[in-house]
Ligand binder design. Structure first.
Ligand SMILES: Nc1ncnc2c1ncn2[C@@H]1O[C@H](COP(=O)(O)OP(=O)(O)OP(=O)(O)O)[C@@H](O)[C@H]1O
Ligand SMILES: [Ca+2]
Length: 964
């Protein structure tokens, strides 16, 4: 079996790269060293070459412009022609091999498979013994077996390759003097790239300018701490070799911007990057397998050993009984080929890969195959509120100012009024002014809407209702402390343009009301005076803020302060934002997504604990939670705030977390503690995140989930799954698929193992009772194709049954072969053996030996049994009539084709010759169909009984639940 890329982002997963770290740096320098030694023209990598030259030199060397980039389309095309696309794992190599490569691979399959070699050997022996018919038959059968196996493996590789293309890397490119957001693959040397915090570096860049830039290079060097980078060239080194870790003015492809921002000149793309050269090496390293694949490999080995022992015994007894040793040898080897589920790992991989592609269509991109398995076991989901549970579309709903509205009864309902010019008391006006000044949203003429933070946009959109304008044009922004989830406020320092020769400077602040209030000492009155805030005033403000929040609104407070000249701007830091004048509160509505409520209901039914983690206030969070059906039993135990969380030890947290559904006023750092506490309890945790600070928690969670739209590259890189629509309900889809895929794997396992056991036991029985062999070598090989091939594979793509969510999450340690599955396997095998032996004995009783007709009947009987068995295996508990006979087209197609092929084997003369069969009558076929269907009927009965028992059980559970 071929390697399976577990990480489908175009970057190696951490575990792989860290294994290679030691050799990484050395490897890149090896050609360098040797070429120096040889005195040849130095084959130096571009990043090493450009590390020592100045920015100006680098720009002129690459014949480009440091600000506007490459100037013509022709030039870009020429460079792409020369350097190729910016991809490390392009398909070029594959195409070069073409058809010849495929043939070579097909043929090498014969040599690698020892059992097949044995079969070919036996064909040659047959030929030498003048048994040409047998020789041809075996050779033909072997070719068919290999062909089916080969096609399957080829398709599995193709579907895995498709996974690699699910998450294309993007970047901000400057070309022809314009900035645009493009696929990273389009970059050529000489391009200019802009990057900011959270981005992934798209190629090897010579940094042109940077602000506080630090990069996480762990994927390249294994160094866990971010590395500071700048545009200063590195001094030349006497040895001529500058290690990767010392190239401080180079930003390497695949590394992540942890802080700051900057611009860089593309010096190397694709395979010529430092990352590309490691990637080449890495693709030859065996990728680790998923737990399920490892389990399947183990199971395969165990089964092989078991089969070998049984076959060995059969073989010895047979020869001892004086049967033809060549016959015995052929049958034993075919039996070994059949009984060994060599198709099992391939089917598991294809099932996982196809499942991942299906999920991608449903907006969940799984980046690592093992995560598909883990998804079915998830029993806790920690989710952000804004944007994931809610639409992330804010509108100002209510407003309140202390002086002009005094109490919560007078809160101004902004949402329902269209003209608000009459409400413009001094404090109201000031609050809105601060809102527009302390704001980073911009109006895009191109899109004819505001772009930026939804909170900021909401304020700007409200101005016209009050007849106000955006005040930012009249001021110069001197300083800014940007908003982040930890700080929970934003502040700007502004200077008004000279007005009557007087210069006014001020500081405007907006943010969470607790934060603003604690930094305020005064408030603004409705006629423009500044008064001291009394304790009573503070209580009133808190009461009103809580009132707004209980309505599900996000509450922002606004404040300002005059500044004394430039002095205040030079020391404009987080700690200096105090002594503010409070002006008012604004409440914003961010409606829950419509799909969230039903999704939460289903997840809760499935025994999944849902925890909302939000930066908003407890009241807002509780109100939203109630709207979407997250249970909040009482606010004391169900809600924990970030402050309280910080005072708790991990043990304390682990003890109470069972009852907690909401973490409010939480910071990204809190998420890490929450995941730790949950994992300590043995939970399987899914956690969402989007920012740079969320990365550690995403990594630690069993399933880290990042947001496709608002998420940063850093978060995506750390995550196991990406929601391309940022929608919480997509998580349900993914969990459903995860559970469904696991069920499908169990189902085809049931099918394969029952067939295998039945075939093995029949030959064993026949040998033990000294009867002629009921199936010959070619027939056994044919059965192997059905069992390992298309019918089994099509069980893996059975559509997900939405009722899987009614079952609790699978425990992490649960084996794939549960007692229930084993029971089904043995029961089915028993049924098949009984029926086939019956036909065999009945046919043989007419003349006492195995004629062509007898073996045809027995063989066809087994195949019919097997096809009905496949039908029964489509679902473990539901009747085929419940899931719909036509709901799995691939299944019907492959079973249909198998049956047609079986008829060909019976009626087409050439095939009759190979398989030693002869024509059967219509009555024979009817009889065999009826007999074969018994395995299906019996299983339907079993399902009926199980369901009866299950519904009773569920009702019992429900009754119990309502009693409590
Ligand atoms: N752009 C902003 N400027 C100033 N203050 C803001 C801004 N956005 C939010 N706030 C304030 O910070 C608080 C916390 O916001 P934060 O962004 O941390 O929550 P959130 O992370 O969006 O919620 P969630 O974690 O559910 O996504 C808000 O309640 C609000 O008062
Ligand atoms: Ca097999």
């Amino acid at each position: 079996m071929s390697d399976i890329p577990l990480d489908i982002y175009s970057q190696p997963s951490d575990d792989i790269s860290s294994n290679l770290n030691g050799s990484t740096i050395v490897e890149e320098n090896v050609p360098l060293n040797t070429s120096i030694a040889a005195g040849l023209a130095i084959n130096i990598t571009p990043s090493a070459e450009f590390a020592t030259v100045s920015v100006e030199k680098a720009v002129s060397k690459l014949n480009t412009d440091g600000t506007s980039g490459i100037s013509s389309v022709e030039e870009v095309d020429r460079r792409r022609e020369l350097h190729g696309t910016n991809e490390v794992n392009s398909d070029d190599d594959d195409d070069n091999n073409g058809k010849l490569g495929l043939l070579k691979r097909f043929l090498s399959g014969f040599i690698e498979d020892r059992l097949i070699l044995l079969l070919i050997g036996s064909a040659i022996v047959s030929a030498i013994l003048h048994n040409v018919g047998d020789a041809i038959s075996i050779t033909a059968a072997v070719i068919i077996v290999m062909l089916v196996g080969f096609i399957q493996e080829y398709k599995s590789e193709k579907s895995i390759e498709a996974l690699n293309k699910l998450v294309p890397a993007m970047c901000h490119l400057v070309r022809f003097g314009r900035e645009s957001h493009v696929l990273a693959a389009t970059l050529v040397p000489g391009d200019i790239v802009v990057f900011r915090v959270g981005d992934r570096i798209p190629a090897d860049l010579r940094i042109i300018d940077s602000v506080d830039l630090s990069l996480d290079e762990s994927s390249l060097t294994g160094e866990p701490d971010p590395v500071h980078k700048s545009s200063d060239p590195v001094p030349e080194n006497p040895t001529g070799i500058i290690p990767i870790s010392d190239r401080h003015c180079i930003a390497f492809m695949g590394t992540l911007v942890k802080e700051g921002h900057g611009r860089g000149l593309v010096v190397a793309t694709g395979k010529k990057t430092a990352f590309g050269s490691i990637f080449e090496m890495m693709s030859t390293v065996d990728k680790p397998k998923t737990p399920l694949q490892t389990a399947m490999d183990r199971l395969g080995k165990e089964l092989s050993l078991f089969s070998f022992v049984v076959i060995g015994i059969i073989c010895i007894i047979g020869i001892w009984q004086g049967r033809s040793w060549l016959d015995m040898f052929q049958i034993s080897v075919s039996l070994a080929v059949a009984a060994i589920p060599e198709g099992l790992p391939i089917i598991v991989t294809v099932t996982l890969a196809l499942g991942v592609l299906r999920m991608a269509k449903r907006k969940a991109i799984v980046r690592r195959l093992p995560s598909v398995e883990t998804l079915g076991s998830v029993n806790v989901i920690c989710t952000d509120k804004t944007g994931t549970l809610t639409a992330n579309h804010m509108t100002v709903s209510k407003m309140w100012c202390l002086s002009s509205m005094s109490t919560k009864e007078n809160i101004l309902n902004v949402g329902s009024t269209t003209d608000l010019r009459n409400y413009l008391a001094y404090d109201v006006k000031r609050t809105l002014e601060i809102g527009s000044l302390c704001n980073n949203a911009t109006f895009s003429v191109e899109h004819s809407k505001f772009l930026g933070n939804p909170t900021d946009i909401a304020i700007l959109e409200e101005l016209t209702k009050f007849g106000l304008i955006d005040e930012r044009d009249n001021y110069i922004k001197m300083k800014e402390i940007s908003f982040n989830s930890k700080r929970k406020f934003m502040a700007v320092g502004l200077k008004q343009e000279k007005h009557d020769d007087k210069e006014t400077s001020l500081m405007c602040v907006k943010g969470a009301f607790e934060v603003i209030l604690s930094r305020s000492t005064n408030y603004l009155t409705e006629d423009g005076k500044i008064n001291k805030l009394t304790e009573k005033n503070r209580e009133t403000i808190i009461e009103c803020a809580n009132h707004l929040a209980s309505d599900g609104l996000r509450v922002l407070a606004f404040a300002s302060r005059p500044c004394q000249g430039d002095d205040d701007f030079t020391k404009f830091s987080e700690d200096d934002i105090d002594d503010l004048t409070f002006t008012g509160l604004i409440g914003m509505r961010d409606p829950p997504r419509a799909t969230v409520k039903p999704a939460i209901k289903k997840l809760l039914q499935g025994g999944v604990h849902i925890i909302m983690i939000t930066g908003d206030s407890p009241n807002t969070a509780v109100s939203i939670a109630k709207q979407i059906g997250i249970p909040v039993v009482d606010q004391e135990t169900s809600v924990l705030t970030g402050d309280k969380l910080k005072t708790m030890t991990n043990e304390q947290l682990a003890n109470v977390i069972n009852h907690v559904n909401i973490f409010a006023r939480a910071t990204p750092e809190d998420k890490l503690n929450i995941v730790q506490a949950l994992k300590k309890r043995g939970d399987v945790v899914a956690m969402t995140g989007d920012g740079v600070n969320d990365a550690p928690a995403l990594k630690l969670a069993d399933i880290g989930i990042s947001m496709g739209i608002i998420g940063t590259d850093v978060a995506k890189e750390a995550s196991d799954m990406i929601l391309t629509d940022d929608d919480f309900s997509t998580i349900l889809t993914a969990v459903e698929e995860g559970k469904g895929i696991f069920n499908n794997i169990q189902n085809f396992l049931t099918f394969q193992l029952s067939t295998s056991i039945a075939a093995l036991s029949m030959i064993a029985l026949a040998t033990a009772f000294n009867l002629p062999n009921p199936l010959n070598a070619m027939q056994i090989l044919w059965i192997n194709i059905l069992m390992d091939g298309p019918p089994a594979q099509s069980l893996g793509v059975e559509p997900v049954d939405h009722e899987v969510m009614k079952k609790p999450p699978r425990s992490r340690s649960e084996r794939i072969l549960t007692m229930g599955v084993l029971g089904r396997i043995l029961g089915t095998a028993f049924c098949i053996i009984l029926g086939t032996v019956f036909i065999c004995v009945k046919e043989m009783s007419t003349n006492g030996e195995m004629s062509a007709r007898d073996t045809t009947m027995t063989f066809t009987c087994f195949v019919f049994f097997d096809m009905f068995n496949a039908l029964a295996c489509r679902h473990s508990t539901k009747s085929i009539f419940q899931i719909g006979i036509f709901s799995n087209t691939m299944f019907n197609l492959s079973v249909g084709l198998s049956l047609v092929a079986q008829l060909c084997v019976i009626y087409v003369p050439v095939l009759q010759h190979i398989f030693k069969t002869e024509n059967l009558s219509a009555f024979d076929l009817l009889l065999l169909t009826c007999l074969g269907s018994t395995v299906f009927v019996v299983d339907e009965l079993r399902k009926f009984i199980v369901n009866q028992y299950l519904t009773n059980y569920v009702e019992e559970e429900n009754r119990y639940a309502t009693m409590v």
